[in-house]
Ligand binder design. Structure first.
Ligand code: HDE
Length: 755
């Protein structure tokens, strides 16, 4: 059947706008909508973005579906109306005093439309402005009632609906997805006992220890105020000036310069609650807890050169990736792990668990898996859901409590406060995406944009006129804070253990693989080369000199100066030596398969069609997303004269957008590809970004022309360069798939790149 847009080849209503016809506006051109779009999408569905613009989302199985249904609007088959529901006869022309005359003040239809448009924008988030979100659920493996009475952990297998938003921190709302930055990982649980927001990041620690410094940190990293540059980048003087004067940020700087700050996908990053929280059981007993999300798809990053090129080719790279995976039914999934420990254990640690610049190493407290998070439905409307969602660290539920982490304490204030200006008043909790599924009953009244119609004359408590209702829940049902004894002077300051800024930075460094260490050095070199002030560069290296000699030397050498003396170490306590913690390396979380990986199959007229189709089929079978990429869009003839449909051109879909490339055999095709500079650049980038390359038969001439070395720098064969070499296509495809699963062939990497 023809699509709706094919059924409307032109606009027959157009002549009705002109001259005398204006007195009798026609009914607008429209087609009746098809039956509600429900596609039985499968994992192997490769062309997910075809659905983009279809106007209907795939209704995933999710418990927020019903509660949001009351506000979902679908205009299929409906006439256009004003905001008052009045049908609009003519949406093309304003009301004029004669055809060539001025517009009438009484044109309420024009004025309503323009006025609404004038006020469409709201302030963006002061940080984390750029983001994308999805609906899903959290499923608890086993009841955790011994530890916590929090509703999501109340029963074996219990499902709680969630809405999760991922974000960058520094960039503005329209900025690029692949900037080097920390990523937000914010989860709203719509629990039976109210909303619980776990507002975390993809890095388990933070830059600063006290909320007092947050505005300074953010001012330093944001575009410099005099000329508003650079956008979405920490590679500038004010940022490095500030952090170089804040030795407590050293640990975080190492994480930020690692590949975790340029993730391949939101679906391939870990998430962390960062602070130490408390779990509280029904008896009121509490333990400390750290939250960890681990992605099932593995933890993978981009190469910096790749991230930069993606920024140009597709600034929406992460947004599109998340959307398409969910539309295709390849639902992203994470496992929730808890580190649970007692106050007595915490006392004995050489660091303070209230210090957000420190982790609790897994070797001290193991991470216990307790449940899984599945994202299975895209939002219907970006603004209504993703933009208006208000996460708030103050949103906790019975069974969870705060600790005295001074960063967390400040956040408890900030998130509620910021929504009031961002969402225009104190009733932002009534916006559908923010409204809890648990019913709200209290005596808060009025304010801008109030939705609830509270009945009765009573809006105070205690009362007798309303039978005392709503009445306070009491300790057994209601939220109670853990009664923690507090003693000491009221004072502005930090405890001694907060002063060790380097022991854990060293732990992180020593837990990285050699490849990751090289990437960290390169990232410092890049960022500090962009910095213009030599003293700032030197000050950063003087912090690194407290962490590790090789690190400091590597960075200093890249910047062309000797390692300066280490920054003064203010810690009154001796540095602590940790055993390396393998879990801190991204390499500890490989992908189990190649699902959702994007593979380019380079074709041209004369390509071995049977080979291209077999490869395509095998990749789809493995859950990957192959694309036929060619010099031009449209149909070409393969070696047998049969049609192949090029889905995207090398110009519109450059190499950085693919995880791997395959080039089927075919002498005519190879001859054409050899003459195309875009193609050569495409393959060169695939090599430089350490991606697998499958070059079948004569296609290997392309690799020779570019000068791709046949072996690794150490002389061993490159496992990411796969050819036929007398083997079958099946075994070559299997070797290619296994290289894609590894994600990147880092053994190939040299600094500077050979190709
Ligand atoms: Fe945030 N942060 N933050 N932050 N943060 C905001 O709240 C703030 C911090 C994080 O997808 C703001 O609604 C202070 C740590 C995420 O909508 C604001 C401090 C962590 C998001 C705010 C911190 C985060 C935000 C801006 C230090 C990781 C995006 C808009 C005391 C654990 C949530 C908004 C979303 C957003 C304040 C530090 C994570 C201004 C004052 C640490 C994921 O309220």
């Amino acid at each position: 059947t023809a699509s709706m847009s094919e059924q409307m080849p032109d606009n027959p209503a157009k002549p009705g706008e002109i001259g005398a016809a204006a007195y009798d506006p026609p009914v607008g051109n429209h087609v009746e909508p098809p039956h509600p779009a429900v596609t039985g999408s499968t994992v192997s569905e490769r062309n997910a973005s075809d659905k983009v613009g279809a106007g209907k989302s795939v209704p995933g199985n999710n418990a927020t579906t019903e509660s949001l249904d009351r506000v979902r609007v679908d205009s299929g088959g409906q006439v256009l109306t004003t905001n008052q529901g009045v049908p609009i006869a003519d949406n093309q022309n304003s009301l004029k005093a004669s055809l060539r005359g001025p517009t009438a003040m009484e044109d309420f239809i024009l004025r309503e439309k323009i006025t609404h448009f004038d006020h469409e924008r709201i302030p963006e988030r002061v940080v984390h402005a750029r983001g994308s979100a999805a609906h899903g659920y959290f499923e608890c493996y086993k009841a955790l009632t011994q530890l916590t009475r929090a509703a999501p952990f109340a029963e074996d297998g219990k499902r709680t609906p969630v809405f999760v938003r991922f974000s960058t921190v520094a960039g503005e709302r329209g900025s690029t997805d692949t900037a080097r930055d920390v990523r937000g990982f914010a989860v709203k649980f719509y629990t039976d006992e109210g909303n619980w927001d776990l507002v975390g990041n993809n890095i388990p620690i933070f830059f600063i220890q006290d909320a007092m410094k947050f505005p300074d940190l953010v001012h330093a990293v944001k575009p410099e105020p005099h000329f508003a540059m650079p956008q979405a980048s920490s590679a500038h003087d004010t940022y490095w000036d500030f952090v170089s004067l804040m030795p407590e940020s050293t640990h975080m700087l190492l994480w930020q310069m690692s590949d975790r700050a340029i993730p391949r996908s939101y679906r391939m990053m870990q998430g962390f609650g960062v602070h130490t929280f408390r779990l509280v059981n029904a008896a009121g007993e509490s333990v400390f807890c750290k939250f960890h999300w681990t992605p099932l798809a593995g933890t993978h990053g981009l190469a910096w050169d790749e991230a930069v090129k993606i920024s140009g080719a597709d600034p929406d790279f992460h947004r599109r990736d998340l959307w398409e995976a969910i539309e295709a039914g390849a639902y992203p999934e994470w496992e929730l792990g808890l580190q649970v420990f007692s106050e007595e254990q915490a006392e004995a640690f050489e660091f303070d668990v209230l210090d957000a610049t420190k982790i609790v190493p897994e070797e001290l407290v193991p991470i216990v898996p307790v449940g899984r998070l599945v994202l299975n439905r895209n939002p219907d409307n970006f603004f209504a859901e993703t933009e208006q969602v208000a996460f708030c660290t103050a949103h906790i539920v019975p069974g969870i409590d705060f600790t005295n982490d001074p960063l967390l304490q400040g956040r408890i204030h900030s998130y509620l406060d910021t929504q009031i200006s961002r969402l225009g008043g104190a009733n932002f909790h009534e916006i559908p995406i923010n409204a809890p599924i648990a019913q709200v009953h209290n005596n808060q009244r009025d304010g801008m944009h109030r939705q609830a119609i509270a009945r009765g004359r009573v809006s105070y408590e205690p009362n007798s006129l309303g039978g005392g209702c709503p009445f306070q829940a009491g300790r057994m049902q209601g939220f109670t804070s853990v009664p923690e004894p507090i003693a000491g002077d009221k004072v502005r300051g930090k405890p001694e253990k907060f002063a060790d800024h380097y022991s854990q930075a060293r732990l992180f460094w020593q837990s990285q693989s050699p490849t990751e260490q090289k990437h960290i050095i390169k990232a410092f070199r890049f960022e500090l080369t962009r910095v213009q002030t030599q003293a700032i560069r030197q000050r950063v290296v003087s912090l690194l000199a407290n962490v590790d000699d090789e690190l400091a030397q590597g960075v200093a050498q890249g910047l062309g100066f000797p390692v300066p003396p280490p920054a003064p170490n203010i810690s009154p306590l001796p540095p602590h030596t940790y055993e390396p913690s393998p879990g801190l390396s991204m390499m500890s979380y490989p992908a189990p398969d190649i699902r959702t990986r994007r593979i380019a199959i380079l074709v041209a007229p004369g390509t071995d069609g049977a080979m291209a189709r077999a490869l395509y089929g095998a990749l789809v079978e493995a859950g990957a997303v192959p694309r036929l990429v060619g010099p031009m869009l449209g149909e070409i003839a393969d070696d047998k004269g049969k049609p192949l449909h090029v889905e995207i051109s090398v110009e519109a879909g450059p190499a950085a957008l693919y995880d791997a490339v395959a080039i089927p055999n075919g002498s005519d095709a190879t001859a054409t590809l050899l003459k195309d500079g875009h193609v050569l650049e495409f393959i060169k980038d695939q090599y430089r970004h350490c991606k697998p390359i499958l070059a079948l038969g004569v296609a290997s001439a392309l690799l020779e022309k570019i000068g791709i070395p046949p072996a690794l720098p150490d002389g061993e064969p490159d496992p990411g360069i796969v050819g036929l070499a007398g083997e079958s296509l099946e075994s070559a495809t299997a070797a290619f798939i296994s290289a894609i699963r590894q994600h990147k062939i880092f053994e190939r990497e040299t600094d500077p790149p050979l190709v």
